[in-house]
Design a protein around this ligand. Structure first.
Ligand code: FAD
Length: 433
């Protein structure tokens, strides 16, 4: 049985798990912390994998290797937790050992969705989730051969941007009638598609993959169900990711497309917590629990779980947000984007800068998509947080101050005094795919 001297065991040494371990130490927790990671690498940043993977910058550790021993974090790399015995409060590990826990935290992330068509066992058919995946993709790029990307989600479009910038012929194959159909407004899809087209990327929408064809076991292209083909020597499958909740499922924890947690990260077992991509959780801006895949989401949940474990004050919930870099476009998105809302465009003063505000029928701002417009992003995120109502015509007028567009801010937004915001090109969710 577990004892009170047992450590907090964190399963998954990705962004959320490693952040939680660090936060526990930062808050003065002196008990044991075990961080179990299936990958061999020390915890690293995942966003560069789709943005920098042709250079050395692809590998960006979250913290120096000595951080873990220096902070008495028992990091076990290349080891999986294979089973949870909730009654005994123990986990079994793939290296044959086991560990008792006083609290268990699942931070297992998500796994790339698989393509269910004939031919997917061919060499050269890749997915992108880990540093090793990115290195494989980077070396395929080195050969300069044509690339097909199945799925026009954020990861696919980021890779398309890097590849086309490197002179590689790229075709994006998207099942829906536009790229980013599940996660962005049609206006953002249109603007991004134009940016990709202008750099030579071919985007085939409403296109269904029928099979992957290969020669001598190596991929040579894709057959679409309309009978056409796309030749490619590398195929990246970027059709989204599913929560890695299999371990939780087997342990009998409540799951429904992700481990179900409350706002503090508690699962259906009071000794087990979960955070990051693997969870589905309530947020004040959605009617039911949502599954978010973003760094800010994993970070916020790590803060909530740390507070729950240590009995300290919980941080305020944060409006979901994330970023994406494509060419020189620095995209930042806040709020939950879903179809059906009115989208009001506010053009920036500099070329390529814009903000797309999503309004519900009461003209309340529910989301904002921005490119090269950090001021609009910050104001838009605050509008979402405060459920601010706006005058759409003023909002659309770049000469009008954003504060003059506000008609009502029911969430007690007393402190907010929006300043005049000019779009700039300076760099700065539910992010999926
Ligand atoms: P992860 O970081 O995925 O970590 C989970 C870890 O758990 C993995 O290392 C896995 O191997 C390990 N694991 C799983 N099962 C076990 C087990 N049984 N035992 C031990 N270890 C286990 N978000 C943004 O906000 N902006 C971006 O620009 C952005 N770009 C991205 C680009 C790419 C290519 C990808 C893949 C993701 C991107 N994301 C981005 C999303 C972001 O990286 C994730 O939302 C975030 O990493 C989630 O953190 P996590 O801790 O939940 O999971």
């Amino acid at each position: 049985m577990s004892g009170s001297d047992d450590p907090i065991v964190i399963v998954g040494a990705g962004h959320g798990g490693a952040t939680l371990a660090a936060l526990l130490r930062q808050a003065g927790h002196t008990g044991g912390v075990v961080l179990v990671g299936a990958e061999q690498h020390h915890p690293y940043h995942r966003p560069p994998l789709s943005k920098k993977f042709t250079g050395a910058e692809v590998h960006q550790p979250l913290r120096p290797a000595e951080f873990y021993p220096d902070n008495a974090i028992d990091l076990r790399r290349g080891v999986r937790v294979t089973e949870i015995d909730r009654a005994a409060m123990r986990v079994r590990l793939s290296d044959g050992t086991s560990a008792g826990y006083r609290a268990l935290v699942l931070a297992t992330g998500s796994v790339p969705r698989r393509l269910a068509v004939p031919g997917t066992d061919a060499a050269g058919l890749l997915t992108l989730r880990t540093l090793d995946d990115a290195r494989t993709l980077g070396s395929a790029f080195g050969r300069g051969n044509p690339l097909a990307i199945i799925g026009g989600g954020y990861v696919g479009m980021e890779v398309a941007a890097v590849a086309s910038s490197a002179g590689i012929p790229v075709t994006v194959i998207e099942r829906e009638d536009r790229v980013l159909a599940r996660v962005a407004s049609s206006e953002l899809s249109r603007r991004l598609s134009a940016a990709h087209h202008s750099r030579g990327t071919e985007i085939r929408t409403s296109a269904q993959v029928g099979a992957v064809y290969s020669v001598a076991g190596r991929v040579r292209g894709i057959e679409l169900t309309d009978g056409t083909t796309v030749d490619a020597e590398t195929v990246l499958v970027g059709i989204g990711a599913d929560p890695d909740d299999e371990l939780a499922h087997r342990a009998g924890l409540a799951c429904d497309n992700g481990v179900l947690v409350d706002e503090w990260g508690r699962t259906s077992d009071p000794s087990v917590f979960a955070l990051g991509d693997v969870t589905r959780r309530p947020v004040p801006w959605a009617a039911g629990p949502v599954r978010l895949e973003s760094i800010p989401n994993a970070t916020e949940q790590a803060r909530q779980v740390a507070a729950a474990l240590l009995g300290t004050e919980h941080p305020e919930p944060e409006v979901p947000w994330f970023w994406s870099d494509q060419f020189d476009l620095k995209l930042k998105i806040a709020g939950l984007v879903s179809p059906g809302y009115r989208v009001v465009a506010r053009e920036g003063r500099r070329p390529g800068a814009f903000a797309l505000f999503h309004l519900n029928p009461e003209n309340t701002v529910v989301a904002v998509e921005t490119a090269g417009a950090p001021g609009e992003f910050i104001a838009g995120k605050k509008f979402v947080a405060d459920r601010t109502q706006v005058d759409p015509d003023r909002l659309a007028d770049p000469a009008a101050a954003l504060r003059d567009a506000v008609t009502e801010s029911p969430a007690g937004n007393r402190q907010f005094t929006p300043r005049r915001i000019h779009a700039s090109t300076s760099s700065a969710a539910h992010r999926t795919g």
